[in-house]
Design a protein around this ligand. Sequence first.
Ligand code: KG4
Ligand code: ZN
Length: 357
Amino acid sequence: MIVLGIETTCDETAAAVVERGPDGTARILSNIVLSQVSEHAAFGGVVPEIAARAHVEALDLIIAKAMTEAGKTYDDLDGIAAAGGPGLIGGVIVGLTTAKAIALVTGKPLVAINHLEAHALTARLTDNTQFPYCLFLASGGHTQVVAVRGVGDYVRIGTTQDDAIGEAFDKTAKLLGLGYPGGPQVEQEALRGNASRFALPRPMQHRKDADFSFSGLKTALRLEAERIAPLTDQDVSDLCASFQQAVVDVVFDRLRAGLRLFRAQYGAPTALVVAGGVAANQAIRKVLHRLAIEAGTVLVAPPLDLCTDNGAMIAWAGIEKLSLGVSDTMAVAPRARWPLDQLAADRGALLGTAAYK
Ligand code: KG4
Ligand code: ZN
C-alpha cells in the first residue's frame, strides 16, 4: 500500500510518500519538509495568518517534489492522507482541501488524519512497535501521556494544565533574549550553565496523577531573571541549565506516575514511546531512557526528523487507517480542536462496532 501524506497544521509545509510492503515493513519513499521558521522568527512565535499564506504558496511544489523523489505517479497511490487537525485552522484548510482536490481528480480514497494520532503511530512506522504502548507526546502545543491500545484507540492518562512543555522552552528563550524556536537554544545554553545555581520549583511533583504544569516554573524563572538583571552570558546559561533540569525532573516524576497508571490499567507497556519536537532534547531523552529501564520496558525514540512535524507520519497513519477500511468522504471538515481520545468514540461510530483494534 502506498499513500501520500500532507501536513500543514502548524509552521511546517510537508508532504511524503510512504509504502507498506506485504510483510508489513514500512519504507519512506520521500519526506519533504519546508520549515517556515525564518518567516515567523521576527515575531518570536508562529503567526497563523502568515503560516496559512505560506502553506498556500509552498504546498503544490512540496507535493510535486515528494511525488518525484518517490518516483511515483498518482496512479500508483492507494490513498491520500492529510492532517485534518488539530492545529491552526488556516493551515489545516489548505492541506485538507488540497488532499480533497487530489482525491477527487484521481479517484483515490481520502483520509483525514488527527495530527496527534500521527505522532502516536510514528513508532510503528520506525520500529514496528506493538500495542499497547505508553506515549509521551511533548511538542510546542502538547504535553500528553497516552495509552496507545490500538489504531484509533487512545486513552489520555495525563496532560498539562497550562503551558505545553515546548512552549515553556520557547517562552524561556524569549524571556532570556534567545531566538525562536527556543528549545534548541535553551538546550545549547544549558550545556554551558550551572543547573544548581537557581532553585526553581518542580510543579506537580509527587502527585498520583500524571498531569503537568509549567506556568509556575516559567514565573519563577522570570522572577529570578528580574532579580539579577542585567544578565551576563553566564547568567543566561545558568538560568537555562536550571530551567532544563527542573523540566527534566518534572518529566521523570510525572511520567513515572503515568507509567504506574498505565500498568495498573493495561498491564506492561511494550515500550515507552516519545514523540514531538521536545524529544530532540538530549537531557530529556536520557531521563526517558532511565525511566523506561526502571519500568522494565524499552524507550522508542524515532529519529528527530520523524519526531517533529512531517508528512511521513501522516502518510503512515493513512496506511494504518486505510488498511482497516477507514476513509473519509469529501464532507470531512478541518478541525482546529480534535482531542486524541475522542477517536475511540469516532471509530466506534464509523464501524458500528467496538471490537476493532
Ligand atoms: O513537534 P514540533 O516540531 O511542533 C509542534 O509543536 O507540533 O515541536 C516544536 C517544539 C517547540 O516548542 C520547540 O522549542 C521544541 O519543540 N523543541 C525543543 C528542542 N527542539 C525543539 N525543546 C527542547 N529541546 C530541544 N532540543
Ligand atoms: Zn506536531
